[in-house]
Design a binder for this molecule. Structure first.
Ligand code: CP
Ligand code: NVA
Length: 307
């Protein structure tokens, strides 16, 4: 069995592949907006495995697959054998014999890697504790739509050095932009866990305001990610000064964008004034999950397609 191409972390694709994908996302989006049917996935099936909650990821993969002419099946830990101890490897063998593509949202990255190693079909990371590559694909596409190429630009990451932060850092190395990271003490980036080759594309700032100064994009995420709920009380105290607010957006500058992968907690990691204000592109960002993942699924199943 030759190993299929998977998308388990952002660095699984090259800069050239991303250049192709960003063009393809725009093409698929424009066609969808013009109500022109496009069904390259006729008769293809996506299986979506969720071990954590989701609104956007489930909806965008399921709707996306339907819009491409295929179908999607939802499995979760509660009502499948996945929650009763069936080995990941066995599940991968069985599931991948019955479908064309698998998307998984789970806990440790190691779980998705073990699944992929035993899968006959491409596997997509729909979020793990370590990474969220589908979200960053959509986020960078959203940046490009508003501001053009991200190369050489500066992204300020404020808050937790979580799956989103790690994926931004991988993307910065691949696509040659800079990330200013500001986390509370004790929550700093762990370069090895982030899967970085080097540290030349990011800089850590003790003061979140300084991290935002001159940034083209300011972005943040929840203080307590799924799977870390037991730490919630300690995190609320530790992160209190890391709320993205109007002062941070002001030092970033008038042209700066604000993004959040959502769901958001107004009054915690971001003020209502910022997320609902003029810098914010969070609704475009959420919509682009749909278009980005359609292009991603098409690429994994059909390779490069001529428009
Ligand atoms: N941003 C994101 O992945 O949202 P969901 O958790 O709703 O899928
Ligand atoms: N960092 C968040 C992202 C949710 C989409 C989490 O993992 O819960």
């Amino acid at each position: 069995m030759t190993s299929p191409k998977h998308y388990l972390q952002f660095k699984d694709f090259s800069a050239d592949e991303y250049a192709y994908l960003f063009e393809r996302i725009a093409w698929i989006k424009a066609r969808f907006k013009a109500y022109e049917p496009y069904h390259p996935m006729f008769d293809r099936t996506l299986v979506m495995i969720f071990e954590k909650a989701s609104t956007r990821t489930r909806l965008s993969f399921e709707a996306g697959m339907a819009q491409l002419g295929g179908s999607a099946i939802y499995l979760n830990t509660r009502d499948s054998q996945l929650g009763r101890g069936e080995p990941v490897e066995d599940a991968a063998h069985v599931i991948s014999r019955m479908c064309d593509l698998v998307m998984i949202r789970t806990f440790e990255q190691e779980i998705i890697e073990r699944f992929a190693a035993n899968s006959r079909v491409p596997v997509i990371n729909g979020l793990t504790n370590e990474y969220h590559p589908c979200q960053i694909l959509a986020d960078i596409h959203t940046f490009i739509e508003h501001r053009g190429s991200i190369q050489g630009k500066t992204v300020a990451w404020i808050g937790d050095s979580n799956n989103m932060c790690n994926t931004w850092l991988q993307a910065a190395e691949l696509l040659d932009f800079n990330v200013h990271v500001s986390t509370p003490p004790g929550y700093e980036v762990e370069p090895e866990r982030a899967g970085l080759y080097g540290t030349s594309h990011f800089e850590q700032f003790a003061d979140p305001l300084e991290a935002c100064r001159g940034a083209d994009l300011v972005t943040t995420d929840v203080w307590t990610s799924m799977g870390f709920e037991a730490e919630n009380e300690a995190r609320m105290k530790a992160f209190a000064d890391w709320q993205v607010d109007a002062e941070m957006m002001a030092v970033a500058g008038g042209e700066s964008l604000f993004m959040h992968c959502l769901p958001a907690h107004r009054g915690e990691e971001v003020s209502a004034e910022v997320i609902d204000g003029p810098h914010s592109v969070v609704w475009d960002e959420a919509e682009n999950r749909l278009h980005a993942q359609k292009a991603l699924m098409e690429y994994l199943l059909l390779g490069k397609v001529d428009a």
